[in-house]
Design a protein around this ligand. Structure first.
Ligand code: APR
Length: 315
């Protein structure tokens, strides 16, 4: 039977997700947005493109959660994006309110779905979503690490003139300025990174990766990045639907792994048809460990701010 993916938020990322799902013929799509015409209009536009692509899927737009009922996967981008000069954290208050509404909508209609959150500030919003919805932690995951890693790999590929597919790498920690690109876990054509690049060249690449979203927002002015975030979300949805059991860096709930408890943060996870099937624990160098812990501290501090905004989260 065909799967059903509901996209909560039909803005720039939501529309791109729908288009990618259609091209890949991954599932039927329901686009949901509080702006009803936006969801219906994008669904109709993409549906008309299936006459050309030949994709045999249904696409519909709605502002009613009933239409998203019994989804296999839900991908959430509802919220406001960053404007130039804003940090992801500046979005907290507005997006927290939006995510509370979304959590109520999905827990009633799709309690068994695999839920991927993209709304920023990512780690805190995905944690709030899990708490508000009460869905199991293995079924609620945040998209960040794939995007951050893809930016890191892209910049390395340009610097080293190596095709991106020959680069393996990971970015862990929170999806903010404290994210942790992992040079020691990076391989270029199988060689370790320090064999092929000098520190003076690597440091600016790490910095550009950390600021990758802001760079694009400054160029676009009226939107934040959407193509690469959407492609990253699709990789997670596909691994779940097709039970590919890919190991992907995602924001996952940690209960003891990496010495961290009761917080969402970016770590490698295995995604298959049971959701997050495993959290992969890498052995980190001393420096990586220090940076990872700093990143966790930043996520925790922002979560405390979220609890001040809505004390329901503290319970
Ligand atoms: N329920 C559903 N949709 C909502 C709600 C809500 N309560 N509130 C807002 N939306 C919708 C908006 O109407 C808009 O169409 O969410 C959509 C967000 O789309 P964009 O503004 O185009 O933002 P986008 O670039 O897609 O980013 C969405 O993902 O990466 C993050 O930082 C980014 O938090 C932002 C989110």
């Amino acid at each position: 039977m065909k799967k059903k993916i509901s996209l909560i938020g039909a803005g720039m990322i939501g529309g791109t997700l729908a288009h990618l799902i259609s091209i890949k013929e991954l599932a039927d799509v329901v686009l949901f947005d509080v702006a009803e015409g936006l969801a219906k209009g994008k669904a109709l536009d993409i549906a008309q493109s299936t006459s050309i692509s030949g994709s045999n899927i249904n696409l519909t737009g709605t502002n009613n959660y009933e239409d998203t009922k019994n989804s296999d996967v839900i991908i959430i981008t509802a919220g406001i994006p960053r404007k130039p000069g804003m940090s992801r954290d500046d979005l907290l208050e507005t997006n927290l309110k939006i995510i509370k509404q979304v959590a109520e909508g999905i827990k009633k209609t799709s309690p068994n779905a695999f839920v991927i959150c993209i709304t920023n500030p990512l780690d805190v919003i995905v944690m709030a979503l899990q708490k508000y919805s009460g869905l199991p932690t293995n079924m609620v995951v945040g998209m960040a690490g794939i995007l951050d890693s893809s930016r890191f790999k892209y910049f390395l590929s340009r610097e080293l003139q190596v095709p991106v597919k020959n680069i393996e790498s990971l970015v862990l920690g929170g999806h903010g300025d404290t994210m942790v690109p992992m040079p020691n876990q990076t391989k270029i054509n199988g060689k370790s990174l320090n064999q092929v690049i000098k520190k003076e060249k690597l440091d600016p690449i790490i910095e550009r990766t950390r600021k990758g979203g802001a760079e694009i927002g400054k160029l676009l002015q009226k939107a934040s990045a959407f193509y690469a975030p959407a492609a990253s979300g699709i990789e997670m949805a596909e691994s779940y639907i097709k039970d590919l059991k890919k190991t992907l860096p995602c924001a996952a709930y940690l209960s003891g792994e990496y010495g961290v408890n009761n917080i969402y943060a970016g770590v490698p996870v295995v995604i298959g048809n049971n959701g997050i099937e495993k959290i992969v624990e890498l052995s980190l160098s001393k420096e990586e460990k220090v940076n990872f812990n700093l990143s966790i501290k930043a996520v925790r501090e922002l979560f405390e701010v979220a609890v001040k905004i809505d004390k329901d989260l503290g319970s």
